[in-house]
Design a protein around this ligand. Structure first.
Ligand code: GLU
Length: 546
């Protein structure tokens, strides 16, 4: 067969040569240890935690090695494309502070970064394969292919287009010309020289040595519309875009032999691969993959809408990505996570267990270490976007809400409080500070008469100017007058001698003023809401008890 002739018939539109592309995309001028990484999402509009997980690893690896992190859009499947999906990727990852050095919508010297715009490049190299006898057109219909699959299943053979089943492998040039002139649609297949009996070992950056079989399938490299499959586009793009390390989900290990084979047949040096573990969760005691359908926490919008701080989510993901990160984080909770020495070799080999409780825990620590102003502006942005009806009330006076945040975080005290998990939860905590939202359902621990007496006595001595100590001394006096122990020790030694403990007395005032039993320092809360409001709330509670 005259392969050159076949190549000219199939690719009469191709005018460029491999040399043109070698010149267009020269090797990157980077230090030897620099890693070039990328994420390559399909524009389906759903960008999930798994994408962020991989992107975070890519970004860290590129940044720490003075390399490049870029965005390529794998839009070869027109059916799955969603308008605005690329903006959504940039928005979502931007929210988490991940910035690309180059890529779709950003630009760079290795573009276009949308695969659909790179058709000429793929076709030029597909033509090369045809010229070398390594690719051929296949006219098989869907029906023919499924008939073959059935036979293979019956025979308990590997399914797919291989060996004796690869009907179009040996078509003559005349037959091909005839079919084309008849307008028969065709795909372009690889003529795989591989033998599935041959095993070889491959070194994955995360999984270590993996033994795989050679690929013997004549896989499709260009679809009927001339657009490449993932396999072919991956190899061409990662070569010409100069990727040095492909970080992708472990679901791609199964087709890795195809990719390695394509690199070899095209004469390209292959990048390193790091196949990341799936994100798992425990569901009813069983470990399973996070799923788009069942787990809202897989979507990045979930974290954004609940107002998880991006640093908290990233910090949590880092604990899943690098086994030694948590130890570092606990020892350095105030350091930016960019200072951690991320390493591919410390990435987990088996399913990373996603646990929202742990995320909450980390989030508390991350937020407690932030500046009050940063927490304030983060919260403000969240309210604007997700609770805009409350914005005018909460942000009517910024100094007021800032005081609340400072108190809730215990800014200025030796040990910060860890009250805050996410903006939505913060929002829920702040209700009692605002007259408009204060709707208490009083739950007093002591009987009505005693509760009322406590409140009456307190209101008689209350003075907004009191500092914490004076304030508390007044509460202690009331406690002791009414037969409550002032010292916990005394109460514990002899509980029957007392009506209770000073904390019980303070709780009555707390419930009257805030409606809840657990708050930061009550004296300061009363200072924040002001004298009139404090007095009014206590009076309302007394009324309620009368
Ligand atoms: N488009 C592929 C995906 O979304 C990319 C895999 C890769 O990173 O190579 O899964």
């Amino acid at each position: 067969m005259d392969y050159n002739k076949l190549a000219d018939i199939l690719f009469c539109d191709v005018t460029k040569t491999p040399e043109d592309y070698n010149a267009l995309y020269p090797a990157r001028n980077l230090p030897e240890s620099a890693e070039v990484t990328r994420i390559a999402p399909s524009p389906t509009g759903f960008i999930h935690l798994g994408n962020l997980f991989g992107a975070l690893a890519d970004e860290r690896i590129a940044k720490l090695s003075d390399g490049v992190f870029y965005l390529r859009i794998e839009d070869t499947d027109e059916k799955r494309k969603v308008e605005g999906a690329v903006e959504a990727v940039l928005d979502s990852l931007g929210y988490f502070g991940l910035k690309f050095d180059e890529g779709a919508e950003i630009g760079g010297n290795y573009g276009p970064y949308y695969q659909r715009q790179r058709a000429d490049l793929y076709r030029t190299f597909a033509k090369e394969l045809v010229k070398k006898g390594l690719a051929y057109p296949c006219f098989c219909t869907e029906e023919e292919l499924s008939a073959v699959r059935e036979i293979q299943q019956e025979n308990k053979e590997n399914t797919g287009y291989w060996g004796k089943y690869a009907k179009c492998r040996n078509l003559s040039l005349e037959e091909i010309e005839r079919k084309i002139s008849e307008g028969a649609p065709y795909v372009l297949r690889l003529r795989s020289p591989g033998n599935v009996e041959n095993k070889f070992t491959f070194e994955d950056e995360i999984k270590g040595k993996i033994t795989v079989c050679e690929n013997d399938l004549d896989i499709v490299i260009l679809k009927r519309d001339g657009i490449p499959t993932y396999h072919f586009a991956h190899v061409i793009d990662d070569h010409f875009m100069g990727t040095t390390l492909v970080v992708r989900g472990e679901e791609w290990v199964a087709t890795l032999p195809i990719h390695l084979q394509l690199f070899e047949l095209l004469g390209f040096e292959r990048p390193k691969y790091a196949h990341t573990a799936q994100l798992m969760k425990i569901d009813n005691g069983k470990k399973r993959k996070l799923s788009k359908r069942h787990d809202p926490e897989l979507s990045l919008e979930y974290y954004k809408s609940l107002g998880y701080h991006p640093t908290a989510v990233k910090t949590y993901l880092m604990t899943l990505l690098n086994s030694n990160f948590e130890e570092w984080f606990l020892a350095n909770p105030e350091k930016p996570l960019e200072e951690f020495e991320f390493s591919v070799s410390k990435m987990g080999q088996s399913g990373a267990l996603f646990d929202t409780m742990k995320l909450d825990d980390i989030s508390k620590t991350v937020i407690s270490n932030m500046e009050a102003d940063d927490v304030l502006s983060f919260y403000e942005n969240w309210v604007k976007e997700y609770a805009s009806d409350d914005y005018d009330v909460i942000f009517a006076d910024k100094a007021f809400i800032k005081k609340i945040i400072e108190l809730q975080m215990a800014i200025g005290s030796k040990k910060r409080r860890k009250d805050f998990i996410c903006a939505k939860q913060m929002h829920g905590l702040f209700g009692y500070y605002f007259t408009q939202y204060f709707k208490p359902t009083y739950d007093f621990k002591l009987d009505s008469e005693m509760s009322r007496t406590i409140l009456e006595k307190f209101i008689a001595v209350y003075n907004i100017a009191d500092d914490n100590e004076t304030w508390f001394n007044k509460v202690k006096e009331i406690a002791s007058e009414l037969g409550f122990a002032v010292k916990m020790g005394d109460y514990k030694k002899n509980p029957d001698a007392y009506k209770g403990f000073v904390g019980d007395v303070a709780e009555i005032i707390r419930v009257a003023v805030t409606g809840i039993k657990n708050t930061p320092d009550l004296c300061t809360i009363m200072q924040i809401i002001g004298e009139d409001e404090s007095r009014k709330r206590i009076a309302d509670a007394i009324n309620h008890l009368s």
